[in-house]
Design a protein around this ligand. Structure first.
Ligand SMILES: C[S@@+](CC[C@H](N)C(=O)[O-])C[C@H]1O[C@@H](n2cnc3c(N)ncnc32)[C@H](O)[C@@H]1O
Length: 289
């Protein structure tokens, strides 16, 4: 059914009521994001245009997206983008949606890179996904060369597009594979936001996450620490003397991760909390380095 002649205000109301019926918490706000997306208009332009007519095909497109959102598909997958570190990143069903918590890792790397004058460092991002971490860092550190590894070929395609979108593709190299198996030393900075949800916790995830985000980006075995265990020997083998490893932590996993990496000869040198006060990033170097 199309609503020829409907105004911006009218279709917003229609979409918002569909979203409210689906239990979406901010229906009006999200309806505006979806309408802005289908009309190619910023939020400010939409506000000014609230009496303007909306073409029937666009109304149909909006209502299709609103129905998917009402079924709890994440809005980032509907609009195809999410902001991270002040940059707009393409996201698809192959990629995890970037989380603001992960900006903690960016802050930690930038602080160390600036303090330690690592202008020409080589950096590798294990589990690069859609590239939000690596691309943000390459943008901030113009002399740095970056490598991104992921076993998801679909995610790597998105990462390459994001590197192009932000003008860093000449310094960004993407490789398909499992963690560091195919890499040779040495890297000055190693970063990883690995999967860290325990299999048993899957049932407590929000439907937006559990039903739509890639399971391979979320789950890491019975206790949620399998990826850290698999990565630890690669970190130790690939890290340059004097280099640093930055890993994102699942909530409450800091001590366990420190023990796992410690078993491969890495010593923890600090932790950082996210905005909610949760320890979110741990920093390691080679013991005795
Ligand atoms: C939590 S997501 C992180 C994505 C992105 N770096 C971010 O911070 O938003 C974890 C990523 O690790 C990748 N991954 C899982 N197991 C892997 C493996 N054995 N080797 C390489 N990448 C893997 C997943 O495909 C996923 O893209």
């Amino acid at each position: 059914m199309s609503a020829t002649g409907a105004s911006v205000e009218g279709v917003l109301r229609q979409a918002a009521s569909l979203l409210a019926a689906g239990g979406i918490e901010q229906p009006r706000h999200e309806a505006r994001i979806l309408l802005g997306h289908v009309m190619g208009l910023s939020r400010e332009r939409l506000l000014v245009a609230h009496r303007n007519p909306v073409d029937a095909p666009l109304v149909d497109q909006l209502m299709g997206l609103a129905r998917r959102r009402a079924a709890h598909e994440p809005i980032a997958y509907l609009t195809g983008e999410r902001e991270f570190w002040g940059l707009s990143f393409e996201v698809t069903r192959d990629t995890l949606i970037p989380r603001p918590d992960s900006e903690t890792l960016i802050e930690a790397v930038l602080e160390a890179a600036n303090r330690e004058r690592r202008e020409n460092a080589r950096i590798v991002d294990f589990g690069v996904g859609g590239g939000c971490l690596l691309v943000s860092l390459l943008k901030e550190l113009p002399g740095v060369e970056g490598f991104g590894v992921d076993r998801s070929v679909g995610a790597l395609k998105v990462a390459r597009r994001n590197a192009r979108r932000h003008g860093v593709s000449s310094r960004a190299h993407f490789l398909a594979g499992s963690w560091g198996r195919s890499l040779a030393p040495a890297f000055d900075l190693i970063i990883a936001n690995p999967p860290y949800v325990a299999a048993a916790d899957g049932t407590s995830l929000m439907p937006e996450v559990a039903e739509y985000e890639p399971a391979g980006a979320l789950f890491a075995g019975a206790r949620g620490d399998e990826a850290y265990r698999a990565l630890a020997p690669d970190f130790a083998r690939l890290l340059a003397p004097g280099g640093r490893v930055f890993v994102e932590l699942g909530a409450g996993m800091g001590d366990r991760v420190a023990a796992i990496l410690g078993g491969s000869g890495l010593a923890e040198s600090g932790r950082r909390k996210d905005l909610a006060g949760i320890e979110r990033c741990a920093i390691f170097d080679l013991s005795g380095a």
